[in-house]
Design a binder for this molecule. Structure first.
Ligand code: ATP
Ligand code: MG
Length: 201
């Protein structure tokens, strides 16, 4: 059994996340992709992240129509910083020895991964799927000793996904500036943002 894990702040979730998860699901025959909204993200302490329940509910709405997509509260409910290493360890224990985890990221995240908490163990603990993302190239970083080693061991897989130059930061900026976010986020997420007055300047 192969399980995809799509971690993110999802502030808010957008079509780039969904396309990436779907491409990984198809390419690696994943039986499901588990979306894991982060609790307190250690890498984003520079700005106030929207409340976890809002991010959870937007993610829930965004994946509702895809039977292969699921959501987990594992990071939201765990006190303290959200470390992927802990999440992967917890999920591995939950799914059992027959499950193989595929952690899905964009190219920007894969670039930084060596700086993460217990990175070496993390890269050993599950498969990594690094998806193409407009504006980020990976070649230079993959040539680095450690990433190159994990890649040659078959723990890091690169995939091309339909290019979506969408980011949550840009969606937030647009809402603040009164610009449209239609077709960048699912309709239900757009409505949720307006109804709850998120990202207003
Ligand atoms: P922010 O601008 O706030 O950083 P983001 O759009 O990068 O938001 P995150 O929640 O930080 O969204 O990202 C979650 C995961 O999704 C990361 O692995 C990121 O690389 C990946 N991702 C986000 N947007 C895209 C995209 N357009 N194409 C491919 N991967 C993406
Ligand atoms: Mg990001």
């Amino acid at each position: 059994m192969r399980i995809g894990v799509m971690g993110g702040t999802f502030d808010p979730i957008h079509l780039g996340h969904l396309v990436t998860a779907e491409a990984a699901r198809h390419q690696f025959s994943l039986s499901q992709v588990l979306f894991v909204p982060s609790g307190q993200p250690p890498h984003k302490s520079d700005r106030a992240v929207t409340g976890a329940e809002h991010r959870y509910l937007m993610t829930f709405l965004a994946i509702a129509s895809n039977p292969a997509f699921q959501i987990s509260r594992i990071e939201i409910d765990r006190p303290g910083h959200s470390y992927t290493f802990e999440t992967v360890r917890q999920l591995s224990a939950e799914f059992g020895a027959t499950a193989e985890l595929y952690f899905i990221t964009g190219a920007d995240v894969m670039r930084d991964i060596l700086s993460w908490h217990r990175a070496q163990e993390l890269l050993q603990a599950c498969h990594f799927v690094a998806a193409s993302r407009p504006g980020f190239t990976l070649e230079h970083y993959l040539a680095k000793e450690d990433l190159a080693r994990f890649r040659s061991q078959g723990n890091i897989h690169l995939i091309s996904v339909p290019a979506m130059a969408i980011s949550s930061s840009d969606v937030r900026r647009r809402v603040g500036a009164g610009e449209s976010i239609r077709y960048l986020v699912p309709d239900a997420v757009e409505n949720y943002i307006y109804k709850n007055k998120l990202y207003r300047a």
